[in-house]
Ligand binder design. Structure first.
Ligand code: COA
Length: 259
């Protein structure tokens, strides 16, 4: 697939997706969101992709938000459509997809950029990264799931402080409050993300997918997460991964799961 705003490369089962509009600090315009939809949809159905690492081009920004120039004259309906389309076609697809996604936050992750990182399953930040939800400075609120996912990740009080103040926090603070999993140097960002993804890819793909679904169910108000866990736990038995995992344990060797 050809992309104008993304660099996409599969390196030994890890798909590296780099948002590539550095002159606009990788801001999410409509075209980029459409390409992200295409890239993630295709990655999720591509047997050659085990996991995805998402980052931004250049050293300055992961993503500096939704492209403000595109919605500056929107009315109520257009605003609602922007949020709904973004949430359903990109952010929810990443979060609910059953392949692990790591956000490698290389710089500013603001507004829709932080929302994109929060839709990923794991976040690793460069020590120079800065994160925030500055929407209230523009007279709007986060619309790509930020009010929900930030609250899930850091709790209501801290989420409200970040959203109401619109202040940015640095990587160390983001780590302290649980917004990112790790902070590493800029040089190590991609290698650390890859190392963690390689570990995940060495585990049972069936179990990894089931675990993502079960954890997501804890935030799904329509489902009972405990019931989802019971059912997914049951569904793992008798799979080739289960047979291989248990055989490997008994035979005192490392499991070699079907990729
Ligand atoms: N939408 C559209 N364009 C954006 C953008 C966004 N969210 N964020 C940055 N850009 C563009 C700037 O307009 C500028 O373009 P130009 O050179 O054509 O004028 C370019 O990216 C570089 O940004 P600039 O503001 O000059 O860099 P800076 O180092 O002075 O400031 C930021 C960096 C991140 C602090 C600043 O760009 C910013 O506040 N961006 C908007 C963040 C935001 O509110 N995001 C939430 C949107 S809902």
């Amino acid at each position: 697939m050809e992309y104008q705003n993304l660099l996409v490369e599969n390196r030994d089962r890890i798909l590296f997706i780099t948002i590539n509009r550095p002159e606009k600090l990788n801001a999410l315009n409509k075209a980029t969101l459409q390409e992200l939809h295409n890239a993630f949809s295709s990655a999720l159905s591509d047997g050659a992709v085990g996991g995805i690492i998402l980052t931004g081009a250049g050293a300055k920004a992961f993503v500096a938000g939704a492209d403000i120039s595109e919605f500056s004259s929107f009315n109520n309906e257009e605003g609602e459509k922007l949020a709904r389309t973004g949430q359903t076609t990109v952010f929810n697809i990443i979060e609910q997809g059953t392949k692990p996604v790591i956000a490698a936050i290389n710089g500013f992750a603001l507004g829709g950029g932080l929302e994109l990182a929060m839709a990923c399953h794991i976040r690793i930040a460069a020590e120079t990264a800065r994160m925030g939800l500055p929407e209230t400075t523009l007279g709007i609120i986060p619309g790509y799931g930020g009010t929900q996912r930030l609250t899930q990740l850091v709790g209501k009080g801290r989420a409200l402080e970040m959203i109401l103040s619109a202040d940015m926090i640095n990587a160390e603070e983001a780590y302290r409050i649980g917004l990112v999993n790790h902070v590493v140097s800029g040089e190590e960002l991609i290698s650390s993300s890859e190392k963690l993804m390689r570990t995940i890819l060495s585990r049972s793909p069936i179990a990894v997918s089931a675990a993502i679904r079960a954890v997501n169910a804890s935030f799904d108000k329509e489902s009972n997460g405990y019931e989802t866990e019971i059912s997914l736990f049951g569904s793992c038995f008798g799979t080739p991964d289960f047979n291989e995992g248990v055989s490997a344990f008994t035979e005192k060797r490392k499991p070699d799961f079907i990729k």
